[in-house]
Design a protein around this ligand. Structure first.
Ligand SMILES: [Zn+2]
Length: 102
């Protein structure tokens, strides 16, 4: 996947188009991610030790193709380029400014 947990991403499709948030959970097997405050769904929950129960809002996973990583350098949403460091390590890079994103 081109994004991972903790990345700041911009949503580019769906009802939350234009929103930005950090990835809370990555689910590589399904090519999906959970982004904070994006794709909120209401869920009925039984009372448990941790909560009083009732209706709660919670993030639902969205497909990774619906998000773009926001470059930490130029602050623009970008597709991911790959480049190799001098030590041979492969890192993700911004397509706009070339900044390393890892
Ligand atoms: Zn950039």
């Amino acid at each position: 996947m081109h994004v991972k947990k903790g990345d700041l991403v911009r949503v580019i499709a769906g009802s939350d188009k234009g929103k930005e948030g950090h990835i809370l959970t990555a689910i590589p097997k399904q090519n999906r991610v959970i982004v904070e405050k994006v794709n909120m769904v209401k869920r009925h929950e039984r009372a448990s030790l941790n909560s009083a129960g009732g209706i709660i809002s919670k993030e639902a996973p969205i497909h990774v193709s619906n998000v773009l990583k926001v470059c930490t350098s130029c602050k623009k949403p970008t597709r991911i380029a790959h480049k190799f460091l001098d030590n041979g390590k492969k890192v993700r890079a911004c397509k706009h400014c070339g900044a390393s994103l890892d």
